[in-house]
Design a protein around this ligand. Structure first.
Ligand code: NAD
Ligand code: DAU
Length: 340
């Protein structure tokens, strides 16, 4: 049996963080999770209502950029690992208002790193993204040694955070690992991102806005595969390393949207081509051979299966996304898509 561990998860009320918490509590009976989340517009306590009273789960509302709060938690709890999911994560919002992205993604990460250094936390895992590498042409894959060339304020803030992690490893000898994953999809994803937006709009017979020519390519990974990779990295990853995580599932946005419409039995006439995203990265695709060779991981869920599971989840959890698609969300939607 695995030894006890206390994991400080940040951003656990978001999409990937909540899937990770469910995964870890389901797999390791003696692990404790402390979830530090600011509950921004996309942080949702509903994502974790099933474990809210779990004896090994504690929720703390707070900001990763709040030094005192982070210090207080690390002084009180003997944390074995920090897994930093907390971030502003939506590219379009980073184009609208970059400031918050710098505060949370850069300064917030530095505050956590400083806390980890001061309190000698044995391991820090930074959840990063393939977007730090920039954009690919029609061939080739991102490897861990591809130069960082971020194109959006979001990607730049994540790249800056990665560089800070590296600096804390080199300067202070902090034990830390960076993981960079491609586009996730699955349950609990906030409906501003492509897949849940298209599924929920199609279920409501609304238009499906596709940016540009719809031929941008993403490498889709089912969120559970990402969690499985993080589990391996957490237990067997080597400090100081970067690990790419990918889905081996490249699709154009148009292919993704047409697949969703086909499964739902909805007409392609719902598709509306809209003005492109500024600086829109053309293609992402990950070489995850390092993780495969060193830790024996590869994605297990085929896109065709994952997308069906995801669609079924959104059909079965209509209340979850309909509660979100009100108020602030509708204002955002109008700003983003109203005159596009
Ligand atoms: P998300 O937007 O769904 O969730 C982010 C969570 O962080 C929310 O619960 C939010 O309340 C919380 N948060 C934001 N600012 C905070 C702050 N200052 N202090 C504490 N909590 C704060 O994001 P996600 O899609 O689950 O992404 C999680 C992480 O994974 C991010 O770091 C993102 O960059 C990275 N990532 C995401 C993808 C993807 O496809 N979604 C792929 C690769 C990497
Ligand atoms: O690659 C990993 C990244 O994936 C993560 O780091 C980010 O946090 C995550 O948001 C995601 O970024 P993308 O910009 O790739 O995801 P998004 O779902 O916003 O868009 C996916 C593609 O779909 C992209 O080419 C833009 C396009 N798109 C998106 C939306 C929201 C549309 O065509 N229409 C839309 O309405």
């Amino acid at each position: 049996m695995a030894e006890d561990k206390t994991i400080l998860v940040t951003g656990g009320c978001g999409f990937i963080g909540s899937n990770f918490i469910h995964y870890i509590l389901g797999k390791y009976r003696n692990y404790r999770i402390i979830n530090l989340d600011k509950l921004t517009y996309c942080g949702n306590l509903d994502n974790l209502c099933e474990v809210a009273h779990h004896p090994h789960y504690t929720f703390i509302k707070g900001d990763i950029a709040d030094r005192e709060k982070v210090r207080e938690i690390l002084q009180k709890e003997k944390v074995d690992v920090i897994v930093n999911f907390a971030a502003e994560s939506h590219v379009d919002r980073s184009i609208e208002a970059p400031d918050l992205f710098l505060r949370t993604n850069v300064l917030g990460t530095q505050v956590l790193l400083e806390g980890a250094r001061e309190m000698e936390v044995p391991l820090f895992i930074q959840i990063s993204t393939d977007e730090v590498y920039g954009s690919l042409g029609s061939s080739g894959l991102f490897t861990e040694s591809t130069p960082l060339k971020p194109n959006s304020p979001y990607a730049a803030s994540k790249a800056a955070a990665d560089l800070l992690v590296r600096a804390y490893i080199e300067t202070f000898g902090l034990s830390a690992i960076i993981t960079r994953c491609s586009n996730n999809y699955g349950p609990y994803q906030f409906p501003e991102k492509l897949i849940p937006l298209m599924i929920s709009n199609a279920l409501e017979d609304r238009e499906l806005p596709i940016y540009g020519d719809g031929l941008n390519v993403r490498d889709w990974i089912y969120v559970e595969d990402h969690c499985r990779a993080l589990d391996l990295v957490l237990h067997r990853g080597k400090s100081g390393e970067v690990y790419n995580i990918g889905g081996d599932s490249e699709r154009t946005n148009l292919q993704v949207v047409k697949t969703i419409l086909e499964i739902l039995g909805k007409p392609e006439s719902l598709i509306r081509f809209v003005k492109d995203r500024p600086g829109h990265d053309r293609r992402y695709a990950m070489d995850f051979s390092k993780l495969q060779a060193e830790l024996g991981w590869r994605p297990e869920v085929r896109f065709e299966d994952g997308i069906r599971r995801t669609i079924n989840w959104y059909i079965d959890h209509r209340d979850w996304w309909q509660r979100i698609k009100t108020g602030e969300y509708m204002e955002y939607y109008e700003r983003m898509y109203g005159n596009r």
